[in-house]
Design a protein around this ligand. Structure first.
Ligand code: UD1
Length: 415
């Protein structure tokens, strides 16, 4: 297990950039196996989760070459339709392979996925979607065995706009004979990136970005080169890190439209923000102001930014209320922040944060990916030295976080 050591109290200042999106890369990598050919992906973040996806692709029979942020996937000779259990348990997104494998082979075997412990995270909506497409599902000692003669296109109404279920249904129905409609689909930008990728590969999908997606099946797909969109949560994390240290940043390679709810909240907290094309300039006040936040599916405030803002609000003037509406177990990081002097009370789905002037460096734990990142933010602004343990969580999702922060004037290193 590795840790970050952070010497706090340094005001972040300078220029940085946003890497490719983790949550867009993962389903797109899985989608590559739908085509019996070559997929070239650019701007893929070099992180643990994308490496795990490469391991799954290889286990299915793909040849994968990686060079920094470029990945070439040759799926001509994919021969397996079972995802190894140990890889399945490494991450939540492994489940997206189910739709892609079903789409290509009409059968798939997998187990329940792993991932960050932020709630119960069932996959019932994924499986209900497959069943509506005519897939037979048998569960046997933790294994989920799916078979279908022909995917039967239909209309699927999701009970909740689940990102993963929307992606899985899109992948399973791409090569079907007819049109599948997803009603109450997730509207996240990563879904639009997946649609754009699939369409460049020859699929016929429309509606991503709205709550109705139509997938018109095609017979065949073709080779594709695709550039992954920027990571909106990494953008928010770098802006949050600047805000909590009272700093200023010019952040490049940002898709401004994807982060408007984050920009709005940072503005309410007193940050001065200038937007340019694919660039954002943020100047933080000496002390941030307390605000209220409610997480919601896109275009609402993203749950993945909740812990980042939570760290910032521990030092704001006044009392903030954060309401977490997506995952039921996403406040664990707050008890770690309490060790640093944060004043927090949790009541059901809400956390009440009374701002304090100073956090104090100490030993804290990463509770999950974004919870871990919030520890880093708190460490950057704290008095003294902070040791953040279990940073494997952070490394799952952030590319060069320490390097980017050090370039902005932070003092953070890995041990
Ligand atoms: C994706 C993101 C994750 C983000 C989340 C919500 C990836 C790799 N991960 O996760 O970073 O926090 O969207 O924006 O893209 N649910 C069910 N049954 C299901 C599926 C989901 O009840 O079958 C529930 C979940 O428990 C949760 C809510 O729906 O409460 C949202 O989950 P979902 O949108 O599916 O999130 P993920 O795709 O897992």
């Amino acid at each position: 297990m590795s840790s970050y050591i952070i010497e706090g109290g340094k005001r972040l200042q300078g220029e940085s950039y946003v890497s490719g999106s983790k949550n867009a890369s993962l389903p797109i990598m899985a989608a590559s196996i739908l085509n019996k050919g070559i997929t070239k992906l650019y701007n893929v973040p070099n992180i643990h989760d994308t490496q795990m996806m490469i391991e799954i692709l290889k286990s299915l029979g793909c040849k994968v070459k990686k060079n920094q942020n470029k990945i070439v996937i040759d799926s001509r000779n994919v021969c397996k339709y079972e995802i190894p259990e140990n890889l399945m348990h490494q991450m939540r997104s492994s489940v997206i392979f189910a739709g892609a494998i079903l789409g290509r082979y009409k059968k798939a075997i997998f187990s329940y996925p792993g991932g960050c412990d932020i709630g119960s995270r069932p996959i019932d909506l994924h499986l209900k979607g497959f069943e509506k497409l005519g897939v037979n599902i048998n569960k046997n000692f933790g294994k989920i065995i799916c078979n279908v003669e022909e995917i039967t296109p239909c209309e699927i109404n999701l009970d909740f706009p689940s990102v993963g279920a929307t992606e899985n249904i899109m992948l399973a129905s791409c090569l079907a004979n007819g049109t599948t409609t997803i009603v109450n689909s997730a509207m996240e930008p990563e879904i639009t990136d997946l649609q754009n990728f699939l369409n460049q590969m020859g699929a016929k999908i429309s509606g991503a970005g709205t709550n109705i997606i139509k997938i018109q099946g095609v017979n065949k797909l073709k080779d594709v080169s695709y550039n992954i969109m920027p990571d909106r949560i990494e953008a928010g994390t770098l802006l949050g890190a600047t805000a909590i240290t009272g700093g200023e940043i010019l952040l490049k390679k940002v898709e401004i439209n994807h982060i408007t709810p984050i920009i709005d909240k940072l503005g309410q907290m007193g940050c001065k923000i200038k937007l340019k094309e694919r660039e954002i300039e943020l100047k933080a006040p000496k002390r941030l102001k307390a605000i209220d936040i409610k997480t919601m599916p896109y275009p609402g405030f993203p749950t993945d930014m909740q812990a980042i803002m939570g760290a910032c609000l521990t030092m704001a003037s006044g009392t903030s209320i954060i309401t977490e509406n997506i995952f039921e177990n996403r406040f664990k990081y707050l008890s770690e922040l309490e060790k640093m002097g944060a004043k927090v009370k949790i009541e059901g789905k809400s956390a009440i944060i009374k701002g304090t002037r100073t956090l104090y460096g100490t030993k804290v734990n990463s509770t999950d990916l974004r919870g871990g990142a919030s520890m880093v933010l708190a460490g950057l602004s704290a008095k003294g030295t902070t040791k953040v343990d279990n940073i494997e969580y952070i490394l799952r999702g952030y590319e060069k976080l320490d390097e980017k922060l050090n370039n902005l004037g932070a003092e953070i290193y890995k041990i």
